[in-house]
Design a protein around this ligand. Sequence first.
Ligand code: ZN
Length: 265
Amino acid sequence: MAKRTLRPGCCGFLAAIAVCVVGGLVFAYAIFNKHNAAVPSGTDTGGTSRPVSSAVSKALAPASEMKTGGLLMLINAQSPLPSDYTPALSTVDKSYYLSSDKDNHFDARAAPYLSQMIHDARADGVQLVIVSGYRSMAYQTDNFDRKVSQYRAQGYGPSTASSKAATLVAPPGTSEHESGLATDIVSSDWYKKNTDLTAAFDQTEAFAWMEKHAADYGFILRYPKGKTNITGIEYEPWHWRYVGKENALKMTGAGLCLEEYDGKA
Ligand code: ZN
């Protein structure tokens, strides 16, 4: 298979640890049952079941969702976030994170759904943990600059040092984590044994749970297997992106990644 230059989506493999340290508007109107139509209640998953909107049509999502700040915005090396991008954030329970020193902010539109998803998985006996959620642009900049400095110290020129750093750490503005809409999720037992994020995570019960249910909470597997030539990012079975439930169900059902759904499908 031809080698490609891949950029880190959220975390490279071996570099993952270094890189990956780290009410919604709809929230109030309904309480959905947890798997078939999950909408966070903020408390528990009981309550009235409500059918998934029959408006899951073939129409493409509104263009407004694809703009900066929209739930479908593309964030990558070609489409970086503006340097002044500041999402409205809310918090996710610290107990849902791998460690309590993680930044527990998340985009306010998505945070309740992330919380509910982790809650429901745990209720099913699947101990999901968030390895990394929101990362501020300042944090990402520090990470990137530190890596550039390491290469500079090894004698590389500014441009080469920067390029080499970019193969390990997403340059500022190009990581989805900076939007507060992306999260790395594994299971606590798996992480204890592996201490790194690797594709082998997809062999776990935890991944199977996510694959089956994540779209109900509005999340898609952002860098799926077999889509690397489109996303430019290696397969990452731990990196999930919030796009809203309707979009997530459509994309997952049709096997489309965000780039394909973004007006090109
Ligand atoms: Zn990630």
